[in-house]
Structures are given as structure tokens and as C-alpha cells.
Write a protein that binds this ligand. Sequence first.
Ligand code: PXP
Length: 238
Amino acid sequence: MELSVNIDHIATLREARKERFPSPIHAAVEVELGGADGITVHLRSDQRHIKERDVELLKQVARTELTLEMAATSQMASIAKRIKPACITLVPEAPGEVTTQRGLVLLNQKEDLKSYISDLKKYGITVGLFINPDIEQIKEAARIGAQYIEINTNEYSLLHRSKIRDEIIRIARVAKAARREGIGVHAGHGLDYRNIQPLLSVMEITGYSIGFAIVARAVFVGLRQATQEMVQRIKGVR
Ligand code: PXP
């Protein structure tokens, strides 16, 4: 199981003061020294935290896999084709949202998305789709050429621990269906040091994308240690 750390909030802090620090590049180095398998950033259309230049520099500096989260727009496609991150996770983007609100609804935009994905793949990019744990969407994800899905764990993360059983079952069903279609399975959104634990029983999930909880902990213990602690949770290292 792999951990990709989302470092958007390092840029959020930088932009709060319109400063040049803290730098996402420095963050990427710390996260890698902490044992992460990848770096993730979301280049929003308004570039309110991560900027195009950050993605460019991260591509040059990161020694692990760089994942770019982005909306499926033509502006983003041209940036992606130029920078060529290892992976792209396509996400829906609503103007003014604080964070990604939901997964993609594949049934509404399938044909456009199919050619969009195949175009990105020509540049050697692995393309995934951020979707809610909705089994109906798996066949569609396979048909339009997704190489992995990232299951939106936002709803799961909001449930009290005593109420998570059904949601874990739902997530596991979706993960198994995706594997049967030959699609990789990641999960992310709202995951933290506690709620990650029960999810680890879903063996089909091979990658986690976690940001806020790690950056929030980093304020107190540093980014390297905060990453190490999550790596220990995920990989069971004592
Ligand atoms: N995955 C996706 C698609 C996201 O949009 C985000 C938030 O940027 C994350 C994972 C990470 O979520 P969190 O910051 O809550 O860990």
C-alpha cells in the first residue's frame, strides 16, 4: 500500500501571505524523506494555492511519483501535456468550493471524458478518476479507459466510528469490482491518522492520497515526522 501526500496546503499557507515560502518544493523533499511514495497536488483552475510553476518545479525535483489532480478542461490538458506528471487524477471542480465536494459523475459526460483520457495517455500519463463509492460507475470507468479510480472517502470520513461498517462494505465492493475490471484502486479525502485504520482491511486499495491531516500534524511535529507517522499507520511499520 502506497501513500501519496497532498501538499496543497503548504501552498495555501504561502498564499495566505502572498509570500515565497513555505515552498511546496521544500515540502516535497520533506515528505519524501518521511517515506512517502508520491507527491500529489491539485492545480485548480483559479490556481489559488498550487500554481502552474509549482507543478513544473515539482516535476523536476520530485524523486517519487507526481500526481496532478485537475478538472477535465482544455486549459488543464495543455498544462498536463507540457509538464507530463506521472499520474493525473481527474476531479470535478465547483467554483468557490473549499475542497473537492464529490466524485465525478461519469454517466453524464462519458464520451467527452473518453477522448480526454485517451489523449492524456498518449503522453505517457497514467489517468485515474475520482469517484464516489458507487458500483454503477465502475463499468463506465473501465469503458472510458480509466487506469485507476480514487474512491472518494469523504462520506466515510464524516461517519462516527460505530457507523462505518456499511460504508466500508460499500467501498470494498466498489474496490473489488474495479479490480475485476483491471482498474487500480486508490482512496482519499478526509482521511486521518485514526480513520485510515479500518480502511486498511480493504486489500484492493493499493494507494492512499492524504493531505490535510498530515499538513495539520506537521505544524506541531514537522512534515517529515507527520509523513513518517502516516507511513507507519499504512504500512504497519512499528
Ligand atoms: N483526493 C482528492 C481527489 C482531493 O481533492 C483531495 C483534497 O485536495 C484529497 C484526496 C486529499 O484530501 P485531504 O486533504 O482531506 O486528505
